[in-house]
Design a protein around this ligand. Structure first.
Ligand SMILES: *[C@@H]1O[C@H](CO)[C@@H](O)[C@H](O)[C@H]1NC(C)=O
Ligand SMILES: *[C@@H]1O[C@H](CO)[C@@H](O)[C@H](O)[C@H]1NC(C)=O
Ligand SMILES: *[C@@H]1O[C@H](CO)[C@@H](O)[C@H](O)[C@H]1NC(C)=O
Ligand SMILES: *[C@@H]1O[C@H](CO)[C@@H](O)[C@H](O)[C@H]1NC(C)=O
Ligand SMILES: *[C@@H]1O[C@H](CO)[C@@H](O)[C@H](O)[C@H]1NC(C)=O
Ligand SMILES: *[C@@H]1O[C@H](CO)[C@@H](O)[C@H](O)[C@H]1NC(C)=O
Ligand SMILES: *[C@@H]1O[C@H](CO)[C@@H](O)[C@H](O)[C@H]1NC(C)=O
Ligand SMILES: *[C@@H]1O[C@H](CO)[C@@H](O)[C@H](O)[C@H]1NC(C)=O
Ligand SMILES: *[C@@H]1O[C@H](CO)[C@@H](O)[C@H](O)[C@H]1NC(C)=O
Ligand SMILES: *[C@@H]1O[C@H](CO)[C@@H](O)[C@H](O)[C@H]1NC(C)=O
Ligand SMILES: *[C@@H]1O[C@H](CO)[C@@H](O)[C@H](O)[C@H]1NC(C)=O
Ligand SMILES: *[C@@H]1O[C@H](CO)[C@@H](O)[C@H](O)[C@H]1NC(C)=O
Length: 533
């Protein structure tokens, strides 16, 4: 190392002051004590609305290759394609009709729900949708809502176990699920399917009754799926940590007496689509809000930790009721998705299944053309690309880095115990247009923040910089990640290098540190591997 001259020292001090965004962010070369355990495979996963699954996956004669391309993109970063939970509200409405000549007969009853059907019949070909995506694992959601309510519902359970288990043989089965959000069964806004006296112990006895029936049917149709290693559930899939039914009580009431629960699954939304006061800046682009929402789940995971079963979010997204236009479908929601997923990773949640359905405002892609929504890759998908790029292949630990403002977040990734990557998400809202959809371009210049890092001894040379970019937090198109687009209209969701985005940016490490500018409403990933000295 050369001896710095006095002038250099002064220049460095002046520079540091000039750069002062706040304090320097110190990076350690090895994982700090609060780093997560290594993140399991398929951390970034999806939950697909039961009634929308044929749209997303297609069938034997018409597989949805666009969806498969988007799943491959994430798999190419992490080595494992996302796992797919097939379920949601509509799993508890689905009845089986053996003579239906197509996959699903859906009827929307607007007084119950406008976004999804609440009268549903599935035919045998529904299960073809499990054949279309290679190297993908699924959980299938059986109907407890009607299964525990009437004889058609119960018959559906018995009839569909053989179809589901045959479709999910050969390594495609993740686990089963019996019932979606049963904590809301007696209070559901779409119409209760249980009387007011519905409680944890009734739920547990019905869950045990149904899952034992599933096992009996498996023994007849798919005995290879009844071993300890191959048979199990994600449960209880409650909507919240403290609704009418409490998750901890179900465990105390013996939910796992058969020792067949393989993943504790809980659902989480940051807020509601039509809740007063919900905005991009205060609700989604707000690290405080994200951490307080996830912390309630982390506390539940802690309360259940003595069962020693991994805790996941089996269904989650930004704003419940399928998202809000202008919020859940905007680039700001992609930035939220980075903060949300990596915060979950950093506090020990073992997988995140991001929920979507056809035409939903918070979807990551629209799998088919409809008269409501154009087929295509939606802005929030790009957040998952960044999370997958941060996590990489295997043995990655994530740690949150403290920043000063709640409109920013940063995480470091340690791979095999070595600092490899840092992401900075600048959550300050910048509108590209004024007044929402007025189309008038914002005359205000876009702000930017300088982030100064100190690097451990031995790190020198240069740091690679990759940017997630769009015109503003309100943009719903024109998103790029490190110069790549995954848009449908370019190459059906396969990565396409854009000619109009600068890539290959580096910053130099000088005097044990460096500064990187991050525009408002963008994210950067810093790669240390190439600069490691
Ligand atoms: C990566 O992408 C290719 C297509 O380019 C695909 O064939 C392959 O299976 C993907 N890898 C993973 C792990 O998903
Ligand atoms: C089952 O499907 C057949 C064939 O489409 C149809 O005629 C029948 O009405 C359906 N049953 C119900 C209960 O929807
Ligand atoms: C398969 O999907 C295509 C395209 O959506 C559809 O026309 C066809 O009826 C489906 N086949 C079955 C058996 O459902
Ligand atoms: C589809 O479901 C609706 C509502 O239950 C029913 O009226 C109709 O007959 C069903 N169609 C078929 C082909 O099963
Ligand atoms: C079945 O659902 C209806 C509402 O559709 C509800 O009134 C009734 O209490 C439920 N029955 C049982 C046995 O849960
Ligand atoms: C399980 O539920 C079914 C359908 O409600 C019922 O017929 C059966 O008696 C139940 N079995 C037990 C052991 O409760
Ligand atoms: C972020 O959320 C917290 C908690 O809800 C709230 O107190 C704070 O005002 C929000 N910040 C912004 C910038 O809206
Ligand atoms: C949109 O499509 C749905 C189902 O495909 C149909 O029932 C509805 O009438 C269509 N709406 C309009 C406005 O065309
Ligand atoms: C961005 O636009 C939205 C909707 O018009 C508005 O509520 C919000 O205050 C704007 N944010 C900024 C930073 O101008
Ligand atoms: C934006 O909305 C405000 C308040 O409604 C209005 O005063 C202003 O003229 C609008 N600006 C443009 C460019 O539409
Ligand atoms: C960031 O650093 C650059 C280069 O020194 C400087 O021009 C710019 O004013 C700084 N921005 C802020 C917001 O401090
Ligand atoms: C860059 O190119 C893409 C694809 O041609 C286009 O959609 C996008 O608008 C362009 N971006 C800019 C900032 O010109």
């Amino acid at each position: 190392m050369k001896t710095p001259s006095i002038i250099l020292v002064i220049a460095t001090i002046v520079q540091t002051l000039g750069f002062a965004h706040g304090s320097t962010i110190e990076l350690s070369s090895t994982p700090p004590e609060d780093a997560s355990d290594p993140i399991p495979e398929a951390f970034v996963s999806y939950s697909i609305e039961f009634s929308s699954f044929p749209d997303f996956a297609g069938n034997n004669s018409s597989p949805n290759t666009f969806s498969n391309n988007l799943l491959n993109n994430l798999g190419n970063f992490t080595g494992t394609k996302p796992y797919i939970r097939v379920g949601g509200n509509t799993q508890d409405y689905a009845l089986y009709n053996a003579s239906l000549p197509f996959s699903i007969n859906s009827t929307i009853i607007p007084s119950r729900a406008t976004d999804y059907p609440t009268i549903i019949f599935i035919g045998p070909s529904y299960f073809e949708s499990y054949n279309t995506w290679p190297d993908t694992k699924f959980s299938h959601g059986f109907n407890l809502g009607l299964g525990g309510n009437n004889s058609e519902g119960w018959q559906t359970l018995l009839d569909t176990v053989p179809l589901a288990c045959k479709a999910l043989g050969g390594g495609k089965l993740l686990w089963w699920e019996y019932g979606n959000e049963p904590d809301l069964f007696s209070t559901s806004a779409q119409g209760p399917v249980r009387p007011p006296g519905w409680n944890e112990s009734t739920y547990v006895s019905q869950w045990l009754n149904g899952t034992r029936a599933i096992k009996q049917e498996l023994q007849k149709s798919c005995p290879e799926l009844t071993s300890n290693e191959s048979y199990g559930y994600l449960a209880p899939s409650f909507a919240g940590v403290s609704n009418h039914l409490k998750p901890v009580t179900t465990w105390q009431d013996g939910l796992n007496v058969d020792r067949d629960i393989k993943l504790i699954s809980s659902h989480n939304y940051i807020g509601g689509a039509t809740q007063p006061g919900v905005t991009l800046q205060s609700t989604l682009m707000n690290h405080t809000k994200t951490t307080s929402s996830v912390s309630a789940q982390a506390a539940l995971a802690q309360n259940l930790s003595s069962y020693d079963i991994p805790f996941i979010l089996g269904e989650t997204n930004s704003l419940y009721n399928e998202g809000a236009p202008g919020l859940s479908n905007a680039f700001g929601a992609a930035l939220w998705g980075i903060d949300f997923n990596l915060y979950c990773a950093s506090v020990g949640i073992r997988r995140v299944h991001m929920h979507q359905g056809t035409n939903y405002r918070y979807q990551f892609w629209q799998p088919v053309e409809t008269n409501i929504t154009t087929k295509g890759t939606k802005a929030p998908y790009y957040g998952h690309v960044v999370v997958a790029a941060m996590l990489g292949g295997s043995d990655t630990q994530i740690v949150g880095l403290d920043l000063e403002d709640e409109r920013e977040a940063a995480y470091a990734a340690y791979v095999e115990g070595v600092l490899e990557r840092v992401v900075v998400v600048n959550l300050r809202e910048y509108n590209y247009t004024v007044n929402g959809t007025s189309g008038v371009v914002n005359p205000e210049p876009r702000g930017s923040q300088n982030y100064t890092f100190s690097v451990p001894d031995g790190y020198s040379g240069s740091v690679g910089v990759q940017r997630l970019w769009a015109n503003g937090s309100d943009a719903i198109s024109g998103i790029s990640w490190d110069g790549w687009s995954y848009n449908y209209e370019l190459d059906e969701g396969r990565p396409v290098r854009l000619g109009n985005v600068t890539v290959g940016e580096v910053v130099d490490v000088e005097n044990g540190g460096f500064t990187v500018a991050v525009e408002d409403s963008t994210a950067v990933v810093l790669n240390f591997s190439e600069g490691e000295g």
